[in-house]
Write a protein that binds this ligand. Structure first.
Ligand SMILES: [Zn+2]
Length: 201
């Protein structure tokens, strides 16, 4: 499938094919769509990619996306509870949990989940940064809100074991979330309930 075309169009197909969830067929379809689209549409796409790389940064504390230079909006908010940290895989999970209005603490974004098949081990995630934050005696609770799938469970189990010696109350979201799915796909009510019914691990 790869290398069927020459030069620029194949470069674009290859670049698109490296994006998550885009197989060779989709990459080819999108590349030809871009090729045949109006120049303004392609230019807008290029612009938004460039802008997101220039403007959006990651909060130095929690790893969430942020348009600030240092700490993001949630970390800087003095009304947020400093004693609890909710650990999630991706920034989109922060948005999902914020929508439930069940949580007033701070977040920690790991940047993924442990997945040996994809070559992602604990070193590839922001776990060292999490442990550094947990050394603050002010922290009394950690909520492990990784996705309800194999990788998410493995990550939560790994973290729970790591946090145990610190004597910090550690909990996992209650079951009831669609198993095998992403946290972000759960509706607000279900996710809110899972939050309320979190159990110690
Ligand atoms: Zn932050």
């Amino acid at each position: 499938m790869s290398g069927m075309y020459e030069g620029a169009i194949q470069d674009l197909i290859d670049a698109l094919g490296r994006l998550p969830g885009i197989g060779p067929k989709s990459a080819q379809r999108i590349a030809f769509h871009i090729l045949q689209s109006e120049p303004e549409i392609a230019a807008a796409l290029v612009d938004s990619i460039r802008t997101v790389k220039e403007r959006v940064k990651f909060c130095t504390t929690c790893g969430n996306v942020s348009e600030e230079d240092d700490e993001g909006r949630i970390c800087r908010d003095p009304r947020r509870d400093n004693t609890s940290i909710c650990v999630v895989e991706e920034s989109k999970d922060v948005i999902a949990i914020e929508r439930t209005r069940e949580f007033r603490g701070k977040y920690h974004v790991l940047g993924g989940a442990i997945s040996p098949i994809d070559g992602i081990g604990p070193e590839q995630l922001r776990i060292r940064e999490l442990m550094a934050r947990l050394s603050d005696p002010e922290i009394v609770e950690v909520i492990l809100a990784t996705d309800p799938n194999l990788e998410g469970e493995a990550t939560a189990t790994y973290l729970a074991r790591l946090i145990k010696p610190l004597n910090i109350k550690t909990s996992r979201l209650a079951s009831g979330l669609p198993v095998g799915g992403d946290l972000e796909y759960a509706d607000e009510v279900t996710l809110g309930r899972a939050f309320e019914g979190r159990r110690s691990v």
